[in-house]
Design a protein around this ligand. Structure first.
Ligand SMILES: *[C@@H]1O[C@H](CO)[C@@H](O)[C@H](O)[C@H]1NC(C)=O
Ligand SMILES: *[C@@H]1O[C@H](CO)[C@@H](O)[C@H](O)[C@H]1NC(C)=O
Length: 313
């Protein structure tokens, strides 16, 4: 049994007054994901053609695998499913710790699920959704080209329609989960290496979230980008987001009281199967459910490979 080796520093003494300097409080590498995260065996809240398995099943079927600085979670890629039985085995992990605002999360990822029928996500969620808020850091479906970062909130949270200091493109400005079929307020990241096969063929990269009482920012750097801060790439004990440049997605608090729309967040990592209505328009064959049932080998690339996750506050 490996023990969780978070380095608990004197975070209460260094709460950043100006919100830019942060000290590492949690680090998850390799087997530490097993002690820092729990398998959620719930039925998929989004009705995917998926069956989330427990930790012993995921280990015995190699749907999670830890070695050195590698932690893999994936969907089953060997079993043809009965149409009347459960969905494809996969894994949904939730962090045991909850995190508060004035924090930074950095995800160093080598590979993410790609291809038809996949719906990978790295996201955080607060209590009593949507009142406690949801921050989608990585999310997409099928052969989507660009990552989409999105907030989902209760009513009364909108984003400005112009003048956002971000490199991404705003898709919807109303974050209210009760509007627009819960599309949330998404930002498309303008980098073909940010998602799916583009991300994987480039060796992955780093995603980072900064969440304060007055804004939420998300950055992405591809594996070979020359502007990735060394404190990000080396998993430094300290980070200062002032030096990170313009974020890919910027969600200001002007017309969204961030503090009242986001409670303490748990991190969730999942690799579900999408049974949604954009399947055909993604250029994918057959119907989504038939494809997921009958083409296990199509899911050989439906896995996350994490180098590490670091949390700062
Ligand atoms: C489990 O998965 C890992 C990572 O993909 C792989 O290296 C290993 O060989 C697999 N083990 C088995 C028993 O299939
Ligand atoms: C990581 O990068 C930071 C910022 O450049 C530097 O101060 C620190 O010494 C580096 N740490 C390691 C272990 O290389």
């Amino acid at each position: 049994m490996l023990f969780f080796t978070a380095v608990a520093l004197v975070s209460s003494l260094v709460s950043p007054v100006f919100g830019a300097s942060y000290q590492q409080t949690d680090s998850f590498v390799g087997s530490q994901f097993y002690s820092g995260f729990s398998h959620q065996t719930i039925s998929d809240p989004t009705n995917g053609r998926v069956n989330y398995v427990d930790v012993s099943t995921s280990k015995s079927r190699n749907l999670t695998y830890a070695s050195g600085d590698t932690f893999i979670l994936r969907a089953d890629d060997t079993t043809v499913l009965s149409a009347s039985g459960p969905g494809r085995n996969s894994v949904r992990l939730m962090s045991n710790n909850q995190y508060n605002s004035n924090s930074v999360m950095v995800f160093n990822i080598r590979h993410m699920p790609q291809g038809c029928g996949t719906w990978p996500a790295v996201w955080t969620v607060g209590n009593n959704w949507p009142n406690g808020g949801e921050i989608d850091i990585i999310e997409g479906v099928n052969n989507q080209a660009y990552n989409q970062a999105t907030l989902h909130t209760s009513s009364g949270c909108t984003m400005p329609s112009s003048s956002r200091a971000q490199t991404g493109i705003s898709l919807v400005n109303d974050c209210n989960a009760n509007d627009n079929g819960n599309s949330g307020c998404g930002v498309q990241i303008q980098n073909a290496n940010s998602y799916g096969s583009g991300f994987n063929n480039n060796g992955g990269g780093w995603y980072a979230l900064e969440w304060t009482g007055s804004f939420i920012k998300i950055w992405f750097w591809g594996r070979h980008d020359s502007n990735v801060p060394s404190e990000v790439s080396n998993g430094s004990g300290f980070v200062n987001t002032d030096s990170w440049g313009t974020p890919a997605a910027y969600f200001p608090g002007n017309s969204c009281p961030i503090a009242s729309h986001f409670s303490a967040q748990n991190i969730i990592i999942d690799c579900g199967d999408w049974a949604g209505n954009v399947y055909a328009s993604s250029g994918c064959p057959s119907s989504c459910v038939d494809f997921v049932n009958n083409n296990p080998s199509a899911f050989a690339d439906a896995y996350f490979d994490f180098a590490w996750v670091k949390i700062y506050d």
